[in-house]
Design a protein around this ligand. Structure first.
Ligand SMILES: CC(=O)N[C@H](C=O)[C@@H](O)[C@H](O)[C@H](O)COP(=O)(O)O
Length: 235
């Protein structure tokens, strides 16, 4: 089966909104709510959504039949370095639920089971595309060799060598654009319209914005940081 590459055209030059629970204590952890939050992104002009878990993918697909959906399943419980969609079975379930693209982490270090290439094959055989969540140029090159249709800077700032690096990683995005034929998605740490513009200026194909638009607790915390008093304090 040939994967539907039209999704790449649908997202070109646009903002994809990531709608995920960022704080495990969040009361918004419900597929219906997260799908609705993604829909508010669409109302705002987003060209696609990134969501986690087959339930939320299915809920959003039912509500937005033509929307490009980047789907993931996170597994922190294995304690492996690669935790974003590291299992083939999850990737297959995400496509079956309506995901247009499955994002699979491909950074250095441990994986719980299948290789990136095996997972990419499984996604392609079901007709969807693969995004590699990477942190370095080498990881991106390896992912493209192993079947990635696009690469995202999702993991920059979270892995060994990249921890503490300024985000969005404009220099890395520029390097990726220069070195790869695959489209480069700027994801991770975009908080302002200026960030969005800067990513496109260095050649990003699309950008993914999450916390800044769908994580109210993080948005509130930014405001609270500028106030003399915060909730929960006793005096
Ligand atoms: C590293 C990792 O697990 N990133 C996740 C990937 O899906 C999400 O937690 C992020 O929210 C997403 O990448 C968007 O980034 P930001 O929320 O910074 O706009």
């Amino acid at each position: 089966m040939t994967s539907d590459r039209s999704v790449l055209e649908q997202i070109r030059g646009g903002v994809v909104v990531s709608s995920q629970v960022m704080d495990p204590r969040s009361p918004l952890d419900d597929p219906r709510i997260l799908a609705m939050l993604a829909q508010t992104g669409v109302l705002g002009g987003a060209v696609g959504a990134r969501v986690a878990g087959p339930e939320t993918v299915a809920e959003l697909r039912a509500r937005e039949p033509g929307l490009p959906i980047i789907a993931i399943t996170k597994h922190y419980e294995f304690g492996t370095d690669n935790y974003i969609t590291p299992l083939r079975a999850d990737a297959e379930a995400l496509v079956d639920a309506g995901g247009s693209v499955v994002a699979v982490q491909n950074t250095a270090g441990t994986r719980p089971a299948e290789s990136f290439a095996e997972i990419a094959d499984a996604v392609h055989s079901r007709g969807a595309l693969v995004m590699a969540d990477i942190a370095t140029l080498d990881e991106a090159r390896a992912a493209v060799r192993d079947g990635a249709d696009m690469v995202g800077t999702t993991m920059f700032g979270y892995t060994g060598d990249t921890k503490g690096g300024a985000r969005p990683p404009l220099a890395l995005i520029g390097e990726l654009v220069g070195a790869l034929k695959a489209p480069v998605i700027a994801e991770g740490g975009l908080w302002t319209p200026e960030d969005v513009a800067a990513c496109f200026a260095v050649g990003a194909h699309a950008v993914v914005v999450g916390s800044a638009v769908t994580a109210p607790e993080r948005i509130v915390a930014r405001m609270v940081a500028a106030a003399p008093r915060r909730g929960g304090e006793t005096s």
